[in-house]
Write a protein that binds this ligand. Structure first.
Ligand code: GAR
Length: 214
């Protein structure tokens, strides 16, 4: 991939991962932000950083299929090197995944394959887990089932609540996502079939930053 890899980011919510991706951009370039929510905080962050945005609303479409096709078209129009989902809460159309497979990544707030889906922090506490964290993975047609790229772990403390745990995990998310985005955009982490391949540099950096790779 090109050294200045063009990254299109999809957001539904507050956009703290988007903000971290913008602040830490090096080896990639956030050049467009797309949202399915007109009031997403991520859109404000994009505007402040002078990054072009597109909004695709479910209510502007008669069917879910038409809505999902519109998301695909909007992303294709931005001609991205890489697509990064950052709290984008729409399950993508299989055609989307097929179009961008290997160039489509997501961040999830748990140590996948544990706790896919929602309410991950509360569920990790309820399960009595001793550690928790976040995962960046390539996206496939399932929910949180694509090939895992990297994880950052946090220890669970005896007095943790979902909120205190979430506060420590999100700090790790911001570090992990920009690191992973850089390497995937530069091609030093890439996908062959369902196997993730890492350059020596990516392996060395992951070890020095305490990220787990696979
Ligand atoms: C993040 O914790 C992200 O990992 C999660 O949504 C949050 C978005 O926060 N994503 C998922 O749960 C996807 N399955 P942000 O808008 O502040 O980046």
């Amino acid at each position: 991939m090109r050294e200045d890899g063009k990254v299109t980011v999809l957001v539904s919510g507050r956009g703290s991962n988007l903000k971290a991706l913008i602040q830490q951009q090096s080896g990639y370039h956030i050049h467009h932000v797309i949202s399915d929510k007109a009031d997403a905080g991520g859109l404000v962050i994009a505007h402040e950083a002078h990054i072009p945005t597109t909004v695709v609303l479910r209510e502007s479409h008669n069917s879910i299929g038409s809505f999902k096709n519109a998301i695909l078209s909007a992303v294709q129009e931005t001609e991205p090197t890489l697509v990064a989902l950052a709290g984008f809460m729409v399950l993508l159309h299989p055609a989307f995944v097929e179009t961008f497979y290997g160039r489509l990544i997501n961040i999830h707030p748990s140590l996948l394959p544990n706790f896919s889906g929602l309410n991950t922090h509360a569920r990790a506490l309820e399960a009595g887990a001793s550690e928790h964290g976040c995962t960046v993975h390539f996206v496939d047609t399932g929910m949180d089932t694509g090939p895992l790229i990297a994880q950052a772990k946090v220890a669970i403390l005896a007095d943790d609540t979902p909120d205190t745990l979430a506060a420590r995990v999100i700090v790790q998310e911001h570090a992990l996502y920009s690191w992973t985005t850089k390497h995937v955009a530069q091609g030093s982490i890439r996908l062959e079939g369902r196997t993730v391949l890492y350059s020596e540099l990516a392996r060395t950096e992951a070890a020095s930053r305490n990220f787990s790779i696979f």
